[in-house]
Ligand binder design. Structure first.
Ligand SMILES: Cc1cc2nc3c(=O)[nH]c(=O)nc-3n(C[C@H](O)[C@H](O)[C@H](O)COP(=O)(O)OP(=O)(O)OC[C@H]3O[C@@H](n4cnc5c(N)ncnc54)[C@H](O)[C@@H]3O)c2cc1C
Length: 398
């Protein structure tokens, strides 16, 4: 073991919830209990979408409940309180302007300007070490999909592609001159070739000295290990650095459904075990090439997190090495984030923000990811319950 490496317990709930008061913990418990009921989550998802569609005034209820658990605020200014709070526990924030499903030119320009605003803020604020970009927030889905295959393009398409590339370049250039690295999020496989190509182009351009542009690999796809290996070969040959965020992937059901409907082989691994195996294998590959890679492990999986710690130990890599980050979504797995940060590892939380109505698709994904009696929801609930129990025994709870 490295001399500066400590043993970590993800079960230390006193550390995990040190920044939450009793009222906040009780509210989280209520929410995760609600997620435990699959049927209620399905009804909630449908009703919320419908209520917003017919303009029912439900924003304030959503904002006080699920939004508060998973989002930092409606604006950058409103998010500042959460950023400061995380920073007190040595956890960085990755601000994610989480508006989705936008379609107009004005929307795309507005999102681009907001991302640039985050970069300028991050430049002056070390508690925001990275930022992120969802390509569908700044480009029409249909064009990204068209670019993914071998479609023919109209003149209007070509103009639109040029504008998209300019938009992306202006964000990446700002990140480069501000020295604020930016993650490209991964999305559905039928637009992912396009996102990969754009991310690679920007990496070749801006990652000559340091990884400013980071791409995301979804390890629920069976083709990503090969993709990673080829990217490393290209980077070594052409002399650029690689930024990699590893995740398992958030669109599994949609992917499998489309593959079945359109009768092609699903890009998703046949089993969860294979996803887990490839996730850990990718961690090892990244660590073994850490001289040219900046790695972010975006996961709530305790076994993969422990595996990364063990691998860093095996390869004698210091916990505070600046190009290795652990990252969890805000509102989830505080037991991992706070205990890792407390032990000296680099940790960030993905911090979505945006108008309540616009972040609804993100919130529904979180509710669905946390639904069901097993898995993540069960883990969150049991840690929160343990902490409430601990506080009760210590008479810290009234
Ligand atoms: C910092 C951060 C950034 C993120 N960015 C992105 C992003 O850019 N793009 C994106 O898509 N997601 C992103 N996510 C979301 C992420 O994909 C999910 O949070 C993640 O899949 C949950 O998995 P886990 O690693 O926490 O572990 P676990 O809870 O152990 O794994 C659950 C995941 O395993 C996979 N899985 C489950 N069942 C099966 C099965 N039968 N077969 C194959 N695979 C299966 C699915 O991906 C499922 O979500 C991000 C998450 C974090 C923390």
């Amino acid at each position: 073991m490295n001399s500066d490496q400590k043993i970590i317990s993800f079960e230390d709930t006193a550390v995990a919830f040190s920044s939450k008061n009793n009222g906040q913990l009780k509210q989280s418990k209520w929410l995760f209990k609600f997620f435990g009921n699959d049927t209620l989550v399905k009804i909630f998802s449908k009703l919320t979408l419908f209520a917003f569609k017919i303009k029912l005034p439900i924003s304030s209820i959503v904002k006080k409940t699920i939004f508060k658990q998973f989002c930092a605020g409606e604006t950058l200014e409103e998010s500042d309180k959460v950023i400061r709070k995380l920073n007190e526990s040595k956890i960085g924030s990755i601000l994610d302007y989480s508006v989705e499903g936008k379609e107009t030119l004005e929307d795309f320009e507005q999102t681009k300007n907001e991302v640039i605003k985050i970069i300028h803020l991050a430049k002056k604020n070390p508690s925001i070490p990275y930022t992120s970009l969802k390509i569908t927030g700044i480009a029409p889905f249909e064009i990204l999909e068209k670019l993914n295959g071998s479609a023919t393009f109209t003149e209007k398409d070509n103009e639109e592609i040029k504008t998209i590339e300019e938009r992306i370049n202006s964000i990446c250039y700002t990140a480069f001159v501000s020295k604020v690295p930016i993650y490209f999020d991964a999305e559905e496989s039928w637009i992912q070739n396009t996102i990969d190509a754009l991310a690679e182009k920007m990496m070749r351009k801006y990652n000559k000295e340091k990884a400013i542009i980071l791409t995301t690999l979804q390890m629920y796809r069976w083709d990503r290990i090969e993709y990673l290996q080829n990217l490393i070969i290209a980077a070594r040959k052409e002399n650029f650095k690689i930024g990699i965020k590893l995740v398992r992937g958030a669109y599994m059901e949609r992917e499998n459904k489309r593959a079945l409907e359109q009768n092609y082989r699903s890009p998703i691994q046949p089993t969860k075990e294979e996803t887990d195996k490839d996730f850990d294998k990718a961690l090892t590959i990244c660590l073994e090439n850490i001289d040219i890679i900046t790695l972010c492990a975006g996961t709530h999986n305790e076994s993969s997190t422990q595996f990364l710690i063990d691998e860093m130990n095996r390869l004698k890599l210091s916990p505070s090495l600046p190009n290795i980050y652990f990252s969890q979504l805000y509102g989830m797995s505080d037991n991992i984030s706070y205990n890792l940060a407390n032990a000296g590892y680099n940790v960030t939380k993905y911090l979505p923000y945006g108008p309540v109505k616009s972040v609804i698709p993100y919130l529904i994904r979180r509710a669905e990811e946390n639904s069901g009696i097993s898995g993540q929801m069960g883990r969150e609930l049991s840690y929160i319950s343990n902490e409430l129990e601990r506080r009760k025994e210590l008479k810290l709870l009234k």
